[in-house]
Design a protein around this ligand. Structure first.
Ligand code: SAH
Length: 236
């Protein structure tokens, strides 16, 4: 895993800014993930080389989409910690909140971040549509991120309320997401967001390309958002 990670980070142009300890830490995180995956459902990816590329390098590519130094970030529907944990390892000055609706995953993440010696990262148990109404989380973050959680229309309503005006929501998607984006545009505007653009990247050592949709928070989110889950799902 280590060599794939190291050469992959170089291919992404991230080598100069990568802390020396990061490749070993990412590998250790990957090993802890695979070990726990034997007894808890954390990831469908079980080959160490795929963990290095499809998890670690895929998430690392987000660092090419903004300057995260000294910023705050919430990773919504983080699951086993993607992309939040690799981002923290690669940018140690970033303060990270990992949010997930599954308590067991949250407990494992807190244990694992502690085992990795990471500080300034905490996993929180909760549903995004409820947490986004809490004063200590609403409009508090420079960045929100999400990968593989919901379609963009739903995802924007789950994530944009956490972002302070002037901050960004970075949605990790496939390169075939144009229709999803079109469907999300009305709600993005209603939530106080605007699509700034997107960035396509190839995951090193694979034939997979992904897209990051960059949504800027231009105004405060109106108080009626986020709505209840059933309502978000149903709304068009
Ligand atoms: N982002 C991770 C995990 C994707 S699986 C990755 O890319 O690997 C989706 C995760 O989102 C699950 O862990 C699920 O519990 C969480 N999730 C789904 N809906 C959610 C919601 N409304 N609020 C918080 N977490 C949610």
């Amino acid at each position: 895993m280590r060599e794939l990670i190291e050469t992959g980070l170089a291919q992404l142009g991230l080598a100069p800014q990568t802390p020396p300890a990061a490749p070993a830490q990412l590998e250790r995180f990957g090993r802890l993930l695979l070990e726990k995956n034997q007894v808890m459902n954390l990831t469908a990816i079980t080959d160490p080389a795929d963990v290095a590329t499809l998890h670690m390098l895929d998430c690392a590519a987000l660092l090419t989409c903004g300057d995260f130094g000294g910023k705050t970030l919430i990773d919504v529907g983080t699951g086993a910690g993607f992309p939040g944990v690799p981002l923290k390892i690669l940018e140690p000055t970033l303060t990270v909140t990992l949010l997930d609706a599954l308590g067991k995953r949250v407990d494992w993440l807190n244990e694992t971040c502690h085992a990795l010696g990471l500080e300034g990262i905490a996993a929180v148990h909760g549903r995004a549509e409820e947490a986004g109404r809490e004063a200590q989380l609403r409009e508090r973050f420079d960045f929100a991120t999400a990968r593989a959680v919901a379609e963009l229309r739903v995802l924007c309503e789950l994530c944009l309320p956490f972002v302070r005006p002037g901050g960004f929501f970075l949605a990790m998607k496939g390169t075939d997401c144009q229709q999803e984006l079109d469907r999300a545009l009305p709600v993005i505007q209603a939530l106080g967001g605007a699509v700034e653009g997107w960035r396509d990247y190839a995951i090193p050592h694979t034939h997979v390309s992904h897209r990051v949709i960059i949504v800027k928070k231009t105004a405060e989110t109106p108080f009626q958002y986020p709505r209840r889950w059933a309502k978000i799902q149903k709304a068009s």
